[in-house]
Write a protein that binds this ligand. Structure first.
Ligand code: NAD
Length: 264
């Protein structure tokens, strides 16, 4: 088992990528703290992990509340005696055209999408330093590497998460602490389903823009996450690890295949 004897805390673990990651870490032997604002969903995930002979506990967290983040980290350490893996993953963002956001919406997006990741990481690092090491994985996005239309605070916060991960990585590299960012492309999880409900025609163009022609699955993200938090990635730190079906590899130009053959 790739995470035997490790204690892993995953935020936003009641759904989507966080849920798949929590289940995967547990299957690989980690004791998992399932953290989410959605108590019903989080309890369900923890219970299902236990029923599959894994170790998991749910803790309620609202990542917009710093006191709640402090209690979440303390819970993991009290419950399992240590913390080896922090996976910041909960999604809080403010959508809309960037110039139309109110100041309050902007601040909420930054607080939930960036400050919460930083604060949990800072507290985890305090524990890692006492233990002699640990690893942080931040779910960022390909939206942290380039811009999108209409996503409000999402692109700015995800870009900041990518660069913050690099800074944690270099500042603590000699303390046996790694920090990486996972950059998924569009994944079939509830936020995308909610978008599709509001605008059913939006999903096909998204699939079309992805070279593989389909959305990714939460498990495909959990597979990459598992590698990044495991000792197999012991020399990987400060990376922005893209897992997007080729979306970010494309410049955005339309296909010129068939037009350029024979020279241009
Ligand atoms: N789905 C995608 O296409 C995609 C693409 C790139 C990056 N991501 C990122 O992956 C991460 C997970 O997204 P997902 O698609 O699995 O979404 P999801 O909605 O399935 O899961 C997000 C979880 O965060 C929890 N959450 C929301 N507000 C919270 C709060 N204030 N405190 C604590 N928890 C809170 C939700 O209850 C939910 O369980 C996010 O950071 C998201 O930005 C998703």
């Amino acid at each position: 088992m790739r995470l035997a004897d490790k204690v892993a805390l995953v935020t936003g673990a009641a759904s989507g990528i966080g849920e798949a990651s929590a289940r995967t870490y547990a299957r690989e032997g980690a004791k998992v703290v399932v953290a989410d604002v959605n108590a019903e969903g989080g309890e369900r995930v923890a219970e299902e992990i236990r029923r599959a002979n894994g170790a998991a506990e749910f803790v309620h967290v609202d990542v917009l509340d710093t006191g709640s983040i402090e209690r979440m980290i303390a819970f993991a350490i009290e419950k399992y005696g240590r913390l080896d893996i922090l996976h910041n993953n909960a999604q809080v963002t403010s959508g809309g055209r960037i110039g139309d956001l109110t100041l309050d919406a902007w601040r909420r997006g930054i607080e939930g999408g960036l400050t919460s990741y930083w604060y949990a990481s800072k507290l985890a690092v305090e524990q890692f330093l006492k233990q002699g090491g640990g690893t942080i994985l931040n779910t960022a996005s390909v939206s942290g590497l380039a811009g999108d239309f209409g996503l409000g605070t999402y692109n700015p916060t995800k870009a900041a998460v990518v660069n913050m991960s690099r800074v944690f990585a270099i500042e603590y590299a000699r303390k046996n602490i790694r920090c990486n960012a996972l950059c998924p492309g569009p994944i079939g999880t509830p936020p995308l389903a909610a978008m599709a409900e509001r605008a059913p025609t939006v999903i096909d163009p998204i699939k079309e823009a992805i070279p593989t022609g389909r959305l990714g699955t939460p498990q495909e993200m959990a597979n990459v996450a598992l590698f990044l938090v495991s000792d197999e990635a012991s020399f990987v730190t400060g990376a922005a690890y893209v897992a997007d079906g080729g979306l970010y590899a494309h410049s955005g130009m339309p296909s010129l295949t068939g037009i350029t053959a024979g020279g241009w």
